[in-house]
Design a protein around this ligand. Structure first.
Ligand code: NAP
Ligand code: GCO
Length: 266
């Protein structure tokens, strides 16, 4: 093993939904390791804001408007990236949404929307990049899974179904394309302070912490929410040659939540 195995110089990384949040943090880490950063988001305003944010961080990122659930848009984006930047070596399927609604109150349309973005999107994106990875003789796909790839909780039925499916899609891409030197793994973040979880951390009218905030503190051995930047190192590892023998694995970056019964209430 050489430390250079962790470098990504000369590699092109595409991170979906990466104008901010976890995608932005992972992209920044991949850039630090030498990768050329390409990202997409759902509209031009977000892409423009993302390009500016990357520039502010000293990263020249290539931004594209693309809805990951729209196969025509995805195929057009991948063709444009291959013309304008080059063949994608590393795909991070990060784009995702959550709806926190009790299952019997959730409409079928709402359930389908979460499945569409969080599971169909990674399928469509992976299907679009694998043929060129096969031609190139290597590829890395990293799916951003979740605690809900392993656990359920109230109000997140669609999200848990999607993220559980994403875990198995990860294993199936590994099974089907490992022979072409394509490694497909997942990262399962714990509870990360981003816009997606902001409603779970809102200070209460009486100035106390949100009940769910207190719950996560008790469920995390380190007693804190994790930062998006803490996912960058694991992402660099899974995007690099250092992990060429790792395939079909979900790397939980959760501060130990899955290992811990939780702190006894005082
Ligand atoms: P976030 O702040 O909500 O960012 C998600 C990004 O994806 C946004 O830029 C969003 O754009 C974009 N997006 C949504 N739908 C899209 C579509 N159809 N096509 C393209 N882009 C789309 O979420 P996050 O907290 O950074 O989470 C990123 C990923 O990590 C998600 O897959 C999430 O499930 C997963 N995750 C998050 C946590 C956590 O604690 N935060 C933990 C585990 C896993 P808009 O702004 O327009 O919605
Ligand atoms: C929730 C949270 C979680 C996190 C993450 C945990 O409502 O429980 O949003 O789902 O987003 O997926 O790993």
């Amino acid at each position: 093993m050489k430390m250079n195995d962790f470098r990504l110089d000369g590699k092109i990384a595409l991170i979906t939904g990466a104008s901010y949040g976890i995608g932005f943090a992972i992209a920044s880490g991949l850039a630090e390791a030498g990768a050329t950063i390409v990202f997409n988001d759902i509209n031009q305003d977000l892409v423009n804001k993302g390009v500016a944010a990357y520039k502010e961080a000293g990263i020249h990122a290539h931004g594209y408007v693309c809805d990951v659930t729209n196969e025509d848009q995805v195929n057009e984006m991948i063709a444009a990236i291959e013309r304008e930047v080059g063949v994608v070596d590393i795909l991070v399927n990060n784009a995702g949404i959550i709806k926190r609604i009790p299952m019997i109150e959730m409409t079928a349309a709402q359930f389908r929307q979460v499945i569409d973005i969080d599971l169909n999107g990674p399928f469509i994106m992976s299907k679009a990049v694998i043929p060129s990875m096969i031609k190139k003789g290597h590829g890395k796909i990293i799916n951003i899974c979740s605690m809900m790839s392993e656990l359920g909780r109230e109000t997140v039925s669609a999200y848990a179904a999607a993220k559980g499916g994403l875990k198995m899609l990860t294993r199936n891409i590994c099974s089907e394309y490992g022979e072409f030197n394509i490694q497909c793994n997942g990262i399962g973040p714990g509870y990360i302070a981003t816009p997606q979880t902001a409603p779970l951390r809102e200070t209460q009218p009486d100035g106390s912490r949100h009940p769910f905030d207190q719950f996560i503190i008790a469920k995390t051995p380190a007693g804190r929410w994790l930062e998006a930047e803490e996912l960058a190192g694991p992402a660099v590892f899974l995007a690099s040659d250092a992990s060429n023998a790792v395939n079909g694995h979900i790397l939980y970056v959760d501060g130990g939540i899955l290992a811990y019964i939780g702190k006894q209430p005082k």
